[in-house]
Design a protein around this ligand. Structure first.
Ligand SMILES: [Ca+2]
Ligand SMILES: [Ca+2]
Length: 347
């Protein structure tokens, strides 16, 4: 008797997801763990800041539209890997109950650090990478984890928090928290307060060559955690093997045009020949589509106006020709009284 119940719940979830994501591609969240047990799923794992993911989006929508008719039993969908613990630039998974997950394409970020693998140690960094609590969807309980990031002098460290969701405060107090200190110890000045709950994206930078991250959790409750890009940088002048960002940060030149915004202002990704319309113009796709629609409308309007003017001119010329013809005919057919009454009337 359990199967119909599961099926009913799944249908509800699918309809709800569809409302969020549009007609052809389902936007998933962590409820996918349950929903995927029903039928086949074709999933794009994406990151909002990922240029590859933005470029593939129109294609993915097209795939969703076509498969809705050609393979209606397969759900085409997408999942924000930065929010739900799976950080891979693009990954497609075809899943079916009792079948193993098949990975068709994977491109991993190379320098990924799971914070809890390095508790109470230091990590020497030289370029850039990503920090997450661990590899699971939800961070662990009962953590008291201190990690020091260190770079060579005179470099400093930029931390970009692009997602942050820890357990909400209880009675106004953080029960799980992350705090960043500007130095190599917890008694260094704090760069951030003890952060918890949901926090919008933000960035901080060290004044020296070290930052200390302190991640503490209580014995109950969890959430999706955080994602932090770290970048080693120094101020201008930049060396020969560095790229100078528009914000005057100097970063490793290998970080240019790799789709990751490691400058903090996006300038390391702003002049890349990627064919990414969204990144090149700085406009959201909806604005570009809107501009195209308005442009097409104006062209059609201009065409209609020109055709109307041409037709009006033609009509005027035709009317003039008709009037001339009529005047000629009238002149050629002038009748005298004799034409009507004959010669007898005059006699
Ligand atoms: Ca907790
Ligand atoms: Ca970059």
């Amino acid at each position: 008797m359990a199967a119909p119940c599961v099926r009913t719940v799944t249908v509800f979830v699918i309809v709800f997801f569809s409302c969020l994501a549009g007609a052809h591609v389902v936007e998933l969240d962590d409820r996918f763990n349950e929903a995927r047990k029903s039928g086949k799923w074709l999933v794009e794992f994406y990151a909002p800041w990922c240029g590859h993911c933005q470029r593939i989006q129109p294609i993915w929508s097209d795939v969703g539209e076509k498969m809705k008719f050609s393979h209606p039993h397969i759900h085409v969908s997408r999942l924000d890997g930065t929010r739900y613990g799976v950080l891979k630039e693009i990954e497609y998974l075809l899943t079916e109950e009792d079948e193993p997950v098949r990975t068709l394409s994977t491109l991993q970020l190379e320098l990924k650090v799971y914070l809890t693998d390095y508790c109470n140690t230091s990590i020497a960094i030289s370029s850039a990478g990503l920090i997450e609590p661990d590899s699971s969807l939800y961070y662990q309980s009962n953590l008291d984890c201190t990690v020091i990031l260190t770079v060579n002098n005179p470099s400093r460290i930029l931390l970009q928090f692009y997602r942050f969701f820890l357990e909400e405060r209880v009675n106004g107090v953080c029960v799980d928290s992350l705090t960043v200190f500007d130095g190599s110890a917890e008694n260094s000045p704090a760069i951030t307060e003890a952060l918890c709950g949901r926090v919008d994206s933000f960035e901080v930078e060290s004044t020296g060559s070290d930052v200390t991250l302190v991640f503490q959790t209580d014995d109950d409750g969890s959430n999706s955690g955080f994602g932090i890009f770290y970048t080693a940088f120094n101020d201008v002048p930049c060396s020969a093997d560095q790229f100078q960002c528009n914000n005057s940060r100097c970063i490793d030149s290998t970080l240019v045009c790799d789709t990751y915004n490691m400058c903090g202002d996006g300038s390391d990704e702003s002049n890349c020949d990627t064919g990414d319309v969204v990144a090149d113009t700085g406009l959201p796709m909806i604005a570009i589509v809107g501009i195209l629609v308005v442009a097409i409308f104006l062209v059609v309007l201009l065409y209609a106006a020109i055709r109307a003017a041409i037709n009006k001119h033609k009509s005027k010329k035709l009317m003039e020709q008709l009037m001339n013809e009529m005047q000629k005919n009238v002149s050629a057919n002038q009748f005298t009284d004799e034409d009507f009454w004959g010669s007898e009337k005059n006699s």
